[in-house]
Design a protein around this ligand. Structure first.
Ligand code: ARG
Length: 396
């Protein structure tokens, strides 16, 4: 009996080669393309899967689910790996794994497959997720097994007549609603500045508007819900903000990153909406979170980002951290004014019905409610330990 494998398929080079390789091994390949908001041509991906030899290519529309169940959490957690990377690929892998497992159960598959190399994080994320969701199933990673180098994969694709659009450029690209990632090719030299052709979602300096633009982002319980007062589903909101922020060239990140597999790598990211929303969300938290919560939460945020980066989405700790984050978000409702100019996004205003900012306490003008006499006693007790310590030191 022919064995069946369900493959996480993107339509790109590595996964197309994987389809053919699995077919040659005697598998019926069911390729699953998951739409997580990438700008791809899904019909072209479907056609490439057919040419590569898949018995079935399905496109699963999951962009809204990605926004609701993954991106919304990342915003509330201000999630940035190593302070810079908005977790684009890391966030999408668990969702793709879920869809692949769902199809695998439906077709009674023997194996789950992916087209990741053995040097990256995505193999870790897929396989840890597969293990958590379908521990009984075999996992095959053909690109890793025989160690097909990129040049060989390109040659194989040509030999097998699989048309690959990305062969033209030398970057390895991953993309979804939350951003775009580029690695490999000329970027492998950390000293070489990225050429403009590494970018797609952010305008080159010469193409940016000369006048700044302002956008008001509305939040409800930590979740962005409107732009300039008009309510939008999250997917649409992210897309629209991405276009505006990207037109100003905002959201480019050029970094050296520590992969889970121990390698340092040079990565170029474009995450205009992601960085703008996290910037806005933090500004609203500054206004609405109680001081101790505001000081404690960044530690949780960093742990959340590490965990998701490391492929541990389906874990009790991620769920527990999310519960903490959710508990902090009840008061994070209000508006943030963002101003975009070439390459920049600045917070220029914030307001909230649930603000803890109290004008009567803060003002130096009329209407001051703060009784300054209380400061004296407070400072006396606050500084008391140092006074005692200093007196003893002077004595000895
Ligand atoms: N370094 C990033 C991460 O680990 C991006 C990975 C991009 N993946 C890809 N298959 N090109 O999340």
């Amino acid at each position: 009996m022919t064995k069946r494998a369900v493959l996480a398929y993107s339509g790109g080079l590595d996964t197309s080669v994987t389809v053919r390789w699995l077919t040659d091994q005697g598998y019926d390949v069911h390729a699953v393309v998951v739409d997580v908001g990438q700008h791809d041509d899904f019909e072209a991906a479907r056609a490439r899967g057919d040419i590569a030899g898949a018995v079935d290519v399905r496109v699963v529309r999951s962009a809204d689910r990605f926004a609701e169940e993954f991106v919304a959490h990342a915003i509330k957690a201000n999630a940035l790996y190593e302070g810079k990377y908005a977790l684009v690929s890391s966030l999408a892998r668990p969702l793709i794994a879920e869809e692949v497992v769902r199809v695998a159960r439906e077709v009674g598959a023997d194996a789950l497959a992916h087209g990741c190399t053995g040097k990256g994080n995505d193999q870790v994320r897929f396989e840890v997720a597969f293990g958590a969701l379908a521990p009984e199933m075999e996992v095959i990673a053909p690109v890793r097994e025989p160690g097909i180098p990129r040049e060989k994969a390109i040659a194989l694709a040509e030999e097998w007549g699989i048309p690959i659009p990305t062969v033209a450029n030398s970057y390895s690209i991953d993309e979804n609603l939350w951003g775009r990632t580029a690695e490999c090719g000329p970027l492998e030299d950390p000293w070489t500045a990225p050429e403009e052709d590494a970018y797609e979602r952010t305008a080159a300096p010469s193409e940016r508007p000369s006048e700044p633009a302002e956008i008001v982002v509305g939040f409800e319980c930590g979740r962005p819900v409107s732009l300039d007062g008009s309510a939008k589903p999250l997917t649409q909101l992210v897309r629209e903000l991405d276009d505006v922020a990207g037109s100003y060239g905002y959201g480019r990140v050029d970094m050296i990153e520590n992969r889970r597999v121990g390698i340092k790598s040079r990565e170029v990211y474009e995450t205009p909406a992601a960085l703008a929303l996290i910037t806005a969300h933090r500004a609203l938290e500054d206004l609405t979170l109680e001081r101790e919560v505001g000081h404690f939460k960044p530690g949780i945020e960093q742990r959340w980002a590490d965990l998701v980066y490391d492929g541990l989405w389906f874990s009790p700790l991620r769920e527990a951290l999310d519960a903490f984050v959710a508990a902090t978000q009840e008061s994070v409702t209000g508006d943030v004014r963002l101003r975009f100019s070439s390459g920049e996004c600045t917070v220029v205003g914030r307001r909230s019905e649930t603000a803890l900012y109290d004008h009567g306490l803060a003002t130096y003008g009329a209407g001051d409610l703060f009784d300054q006499r209380h400061a004296e006693g407070f400072i006396r007790l606050w500084g008391l330990p140092l006074k005692v310590w200093s007196e003893r030191r002077n004595r000895v």
